[in-house]
Design a protein around this ligand. Structure first.
Ligand SMILES: [Cu+2]
Length: 116
């Protein structure tokens, strides 16, 4: 379900971009890279489920879907929270979407939102 919805979102973006590129091409051929970057950041949000929270350590265990950015398959792993306050609103079992990156050698959640 995760993979399919990402694929659908990406192909919809692709269709939109193709249309835009065609319309703008003659005047601004050098701007093509900008929409691609926007698409990448949209696709970077990964779906996951909170398994465990360690507020004292600022860590959260997330069962997440595939993360193409890290060439990572679906798995359960521990992330550091960029900001410990991010963990206040979470409890085990919550469904989330999040963005993560390697910060100081640790996988770190930069941003997350609960999925209703
Ligand atoms: Cu992982």
């Amino acid at each position: 379900m995760t993979r399919n919805s990402i694929l659908i979102a990406v192909s919809m973006l692709g269709a939109g971009l193709a249309f835009k590129a065609t319309a703008d091409d003659r005047h601004h051929p050098q701007t093509e890279a900008a929409p691609v970057a926007a698409a990448a950041s949209t696709a970077a949000l990964t779906e996951g489920e909170v398994r465990k929270i360690d507020k004292a350590a600022g860590k959260v265990t997330i069962k997440h879907g595939p993360m193409p950015k890290f060439d990572m398959p679906a798995m359960t792993m521990v992330y550091r929270a960029k900001d410990k306050a991010m963990l206040d609103q979470l409890k085990p079992g919550d469904k989330i979407k999040f963005d993560a990156d390697g910060v100081g050698g640790e996988f770190t959640v930069l941003r997350l939102e609960k999925v209703k």
